[in-house]
Design a protein around this ligand. Structure first.
Ligand code: F0G
Length: 457
């Protein structure tokens, strides 16, 4: 058998610059040890996020040239509408400028004070938009999701008993929707099985609750169903995607992930009534309903990206690259979350640096060390991100302190993965010499991780 290789070749390149350790130490100090403060040209390999950082194809760029910038009724809008109908099966849709804007518009039409929104672990912006409306997000993830060493094919699954207990406890009027995030970013890019999507839908129908998918990485989820779930190996990704969305009444989308565009999002729905209500908010917050904050050229590229993003060969290249990095790290003994997620490798910082007290920001300490080592920028998913308790103002210490290495789509080669793996191995080899972490010098009251200023402890 021939070795595996990428399902595309490279037509355009963007130079990236290596730096010296001395330069990086100066830069990260000037950035107050916050990797968000670095200039991108101070970074060699950027794994901050897989959101909006992908490489568009030649076909997507060709679609950009054909963009129709008419205010109303642009052909680009209809291209996007057609792609959403063909691939996802929804009749109604609203473009928005990105995923959290879709949440803002739809939740304005749907969620009121005191409501309960169950789901698997909600993404930060989703939870933010729920809590902003004085409603409550309830995490009904399966318990297996919180053990990084446990093997389970679908750690993104919703625990049906937990979900039903919410349905029994609160009246249906207080639960405007359940939100299933596919794949589940906050639990490590972990997929949800088709069986679980079906079960959630049936249970929710029984109790009269609407099912929404937070769909940012729906295609990666479909790849895991094809490769891990009995009965799907011979189905195409597009067939699997079509079935997945039969178990949803609506969806929000950050198109910056699986639709492989740099900016964009949308809401898709089956109910005309809810669509009409949401359309009003779209006009106020985003723009007229046939562009919603997007340029015509971007809607065209998005329509094309939905098609490419749901092709098996592309997804296999993508997911295998993430797994390649995970496997190399595992071979070096670096503690990583398993099974590997779809879009990122999560390094378990508490197991990596057990000597650092949690109040010295373990995952952030590791993120800074990796940057100093090789100019690789990951992101802390730990105590900084978790913010302080709004009442006690104490730090909230989450169960997991993770360093997320998110891989942009079609951007880096496996040589880059090797650099990342060896850099982290080098840090691992000298881990015992890392004696202390960081303390906060300055922080914002909410979402502090973006702007926080740190100093060595
Ligand atoms: N839902 C999920 C599951 C996400 O991962 C994100 C963004 C959003 C919604 C919000 O979408 O950024 O387009 O407004 N995740 C990015 C990340 C930021 O780095 O994981 P957005």
């Amino acid at each position: 058998e021939l070795p595996f290789s990428e399902s595309y070749k490279i037509k355009m390149v963007e130079p990236i610059r290596k730096s010296t350790r001395e330069e990086r130490e100066r830069w990260i100090k000037n950035a107050a040890y916050n990797l968000f403060n670095l200039k991108s040209n101070q970074v060699f390999i950027d794994l901050l996020t897989d959101s909006g950082t992908g490489a568009m194809s030649d076909r997507q760029w060709a679609c950009m040239m054909l963009g129709d910038e008419s205010y109303a009724g642009a052909t680009s809008y209809y291209n996007m509408k057609q792609a959403i109908k063909n691939i996802l099966g929804f009749d109604y849709f609203l473009p928005t400028h990105q995923g959290r804007a879709a949440e803002n518009v739809l939740f304005s039409a749907l969620i009121s004070e005191g409501d309960i929104i169950p789901g698997n672990t909600h993404f930060d912006t989703t939870k933010g938009h729920i809590e902003f409306r004085k409603a409550r997000a309830v995490d009904c993830s399966i318990d297996e999701a919180f053990d990084t060493t446990l093997q389970h094919p679908f750690k993104g699954n919703v625990d049906l008993n937990k979900l039903e207990s919410i349905y029994l406890k609160y009246p249906a009027e207080q639960i405007p929707c359940v939100i299933v995030t596919v794949t589940c970013n906050s639990s490590g890019g972990q997929p949800v099985s088709m069986q679980n999507l079906r079960d959630v839908y049936e249970l929710s129908k029984k109790y009269g609750v609407r099912v929404l998918f937070d769909s940012a990485r729906f295609a990666e989820n479909a790849y895991f169903i094809k490769t891990r779930e009995k009965g799907y190996v011979h189905r195409t990704i597009k067939e699997i995607v079509a079935e997945m969305f039969t178990y949803a009444d609506g969806m929000t989308m950050s198109s910056k992930k699986d639709a492989i565009v740099n900016m964009g999002g949308f809401i898709a729905l089956r109910e005309e009534e809810l669509f009409k209500k949401a359309a009003q908010f779209n006009i106020i917050y985003e723009g007229y309903i046939t562009y919603g904050g997007m340029s015509g050229r971007d809607m065209n590229a998005l329509a094309q990206g939905l098609d490419e993003g749901t092709e098996f060969d592309y997804l296999e290249t993508r997911i295998k690259q993430v797994a390649y990095l995970g496997q190399r790290l595992k071979e070096f003994g670096v503690p990583v979350q398993e099974p590997f997620g779809g879009h990122a490798i999560f390094v378990d910082a508490r197991r990596f640096l057990p000597q650092i007290p949690v109040d010295q920001f373990v995952a952030q300490t590791l993120a800074v060390e990796l940057y100093k080592e090789a100019g690789v920028r990951g992101v802390e998913i730990g105590t900084l991100l978790a913010d302080r308790d709004p009442v006690t103002h104490e730090n909230r210490y989450p169960k997991l302190e993770l360093l997320r290495l998110a891989i942009p789509r079609r951007v880096y080669t496996n040589n880059h993965m090797d650099v990342i793996a060896v850099a982290l191995k080098n840090v691992y080899d000298r881990r015992k010499k890392i004696k202390s972490g960081y303390r906060i010098v300055n922080e914002a009251p909410i979402l502090r991780h973006f702007t926080v200023e740190l100093a060595p402890y």
